[in-house]
Design a protein around this ligand. Structure first.
Ligand SMILES: C[S@@+](CC[C@H](N)C(=O)[O-])C[C@H]1O[C@@H](n2cnc3c(N)ncnc32)[C@H](O)[C@@H]1O
Length: 392
């Protein structure tokens, strides 16, 4: 097996179970590395640190799968980890038949995402090394879930960075264009082959439910970046009055309209627009809402993109605060690891200063529990939300 020694000091983070070795942290190889192969990682003096797989072409060159000399990265290990991930999800009693079964590093399977939508499964391999285990993953999922179909989704960003070989494709059985899943007492259509990410933003399940607890009856609610209507439909179900959902994607809005009907609801206004333009216009018109939800896509895929992303957040928040009624609620989310909770709080303060508002924090929400967060692996916490009451 290829032996890799890391530079002095790097062993510390690996001993605390952080599973990445950056290319610049590698001191030497025992021979020229091959993309995707299994490696033994050693400290500078040669002591064993762990096993992983390598992609020498990328910044995060090694992802560790084991820190135990006796536990080698094998298809059996991947199978065992998948089973453990499934046991963990079963223990959560998720109020839905759609859930994240594997959350990459947080399930000790770096580079693998698995989302279950009732009897269908969407998988994403985001690293070259994990792609090597595709057959094992598919076989184990069939054994564990007996699904009707497994579909491979491609994350274009990872494909480009890692040089992945996979294509969007059916890996097993059949997957219809639309499946219906249930979340609490709501139902949603999910389009696995054509939808964004793996089809639905399951990570916001708890936040969508939290919104329902804020609705007392008759509120005017704005769901910005609404995708297939999760927040808007949750608000309407809880008894909100006028509800507006805004998204730039016609496919997402098509699903949103169908989801409204599917739940026996009516009257939500769905608007296809760029959220920035829409909020600007609402502000100009002097529109006011009791609840404003702002759940944008990831604006910062890396550190370098943070300043620009924060400018985007500031604009959204200034507009958002202007159109929230006194005593109303605004929620802002970041689904990028690089835009932290602290960033959100700071931009909120900045926007509050500009708009002369006082903000009372009502809640913070995070990705739901089926998207685990390992404390020692900060990158596994990516979705943060801050809910504020807007006081004059
Ligand atoms: C994180 S998702 C929102 C998830 C949604 N809140 C839910 O619970 O399902 C972000 C959404 O923003 C939309 N989007 C991206 N850029 C946009 C823009 N400039 N204006 C409006 N919508 C945009 C995408 O189509 C996507 O549906």
């Amino acid at each position: 097996m290829l032996q890799v020694r890391v530079k002095p000091g790097v062993e510390k983070k690996l001993k605390s179970r952080f599973p990445w070795v950056y290319r610049k942290e590698i001191a030497s190889y025992s021979r020229t590395p091959k993309k995707g192969e299994t490696v033994v990682v050693r400290d500078f003096s040669g002591k064993f640190l762990g096993y992983g797989y390598i992609n020498p072409d990328v910044n995060i060159a090694i992802r560790l799968l084991s820190f135990d000399k006796n536990v080698k990265p094998t298809p059996e290990l991947v199978k065992e980890r998948l089973k453990k991930a499934y046991e963990y999800r079963k223990s959560l009693n998720i109020p839905s038949n759609a859930y994240r079964l594997v959350h990459s590093e947080a399930d000790f399977l770096p580079g693998l995402i698995v989302d279950v939508y009732d009897r269908w499964v969407a998988v994403e391999f985001t690293t070259y090394g994990m792609e090597e285990y595709k057959q094992t993953v598919v076989e184990t999922l069939i054994e564990l879930l007996q699904p009707e179909g497994i579909y491979e989704k491609i994350n274009e960003f990872s494909k480009k960075v890692e040089g992945l070989r996979g294509e969007e494709q059916l890996l097993y059985g059949h997957v219809p264009e639309e499946v219906v899943i249930q979340e609490y007492d709501l139902k949603f259509y999910v389009n696995i082959p054509e939808g964004q990410k793996t089809g639905m933003f399951l990570d916001q399940r708890n936040a969508r439910y939290f919104l329902r607890t804020l609705v007392k009856g008759g509120e005017r609610v704005l769901d910005v970046f609404c995708h297939s209507g999760g927040f808007a439909i949750s608000a309407k179900k809880a008894g909100a009055g006028e509800v507006i959902g805004v998204d730039i994607s016609d496919l997402a809005l098509e699903l949103a309209k169908k989801n409204e009907k599917l739940n026996g609801l009516e009257g939500i206004k769905w608007v296809e627009a760029n959220a920035f333009d829409f909020l600007k216009e609402q502000h100009k018109k002097g529109e006011k809402y009791d609840i404003v939800i702002i759940d944008p896509p990831s604006f910062a895929k890396n550190k370098a993109a943070v300043p620009n992303a924060l400018r985007g957040y500031k604009e959204l928040l200034v507009r958002g605060l202007h159109i929230t009624k006194p005593g109303g609620i605004l929620a802002i989310f970041s689904c990028s690891f690089h835009i932290t909770e602290q960033h959100l709080l700071e931009v909120l303060q900045d926007a509050a200063y500009d708009t002369r508002k006082v903000l009372r924090v009502r809640a913070k929400t995070y990705q739901d529990l089926d998207h685990p967060w390992i404390l020692q692996i900060p990158n596994t916490l990516y979705l943060k939300g801050v809910w504020v009451e807007v006081l004059d």
